[in-house]
Design a protein. Sequence first.
Length: 261
Amino acid sequence: MHPGAWLAWTMSAGMVAISATNPFYLLPLFACAWIVHALKQAPGAGARSFKAFVIFGLVAIVTRTALVLLGPVTRAAVVAAALEGLRLAVLLAVYGAFNSVADPTRVLRLAPRRFYEPALAAALALSIAPRTIAAAGRVREAQKLRGLDTTRWRGLVALAVPVLETGMEQAVTLAESMDARGHGRGRRSHYRPERFGLWAWLTVGLAAAALSVFLFATRTGDPSLTMPAFPLAWPHANPVLVAAILLFALPAFMADEAGAR
């Protein structure tokens, strides 16, 4: 599918995630991100990075909850902190799903000429996680072939140094390739525009519709968007908002367009 459609999907899902702390909205949104990753992932490091983003999300939940222990501890404060961590975890899952289905290089090609430099920086940022995962996998495999134990904590140092060295080498290679292509000197390679087909437009429409429902709920002050923590109470879900979230899963079941992923 056209990478621009996945970019719109990611931005819309991310805005929905930051608009709510209700687990009845956040958990279905995480499920949608997982479904998109599972059914639309492309072979490569990007697909493997989704697991890393989920792990980082779990760390965020634990860390945010643990911070409550530094002050007065109440059940309501713990729940509120855990839900804030969950919101960040869902954001990371959405970002991870985007990394698994869209190639940052294809996203870079969408940028107009005047925005090429910011788009290049964004594309490089998007590709950091997949490239790091790929480098870590190669280093770990090489260490296993040498008979080194890669499962213990002390093995992390032996793993981190080669990964960082590989990252530096890739950065130098990228800089040399950019210089060879005349980046920053007024020249830029031209690419054939990718076809924005029916499924891509439908994906954008579904994402925009889901986001619009949540923006309207935020504007009208829908109380179900937030988890009642002070005092602590069981959250309630608006069926319309739940249905809107499920729209984010539908692109996973759409057919691939010709010449696109």
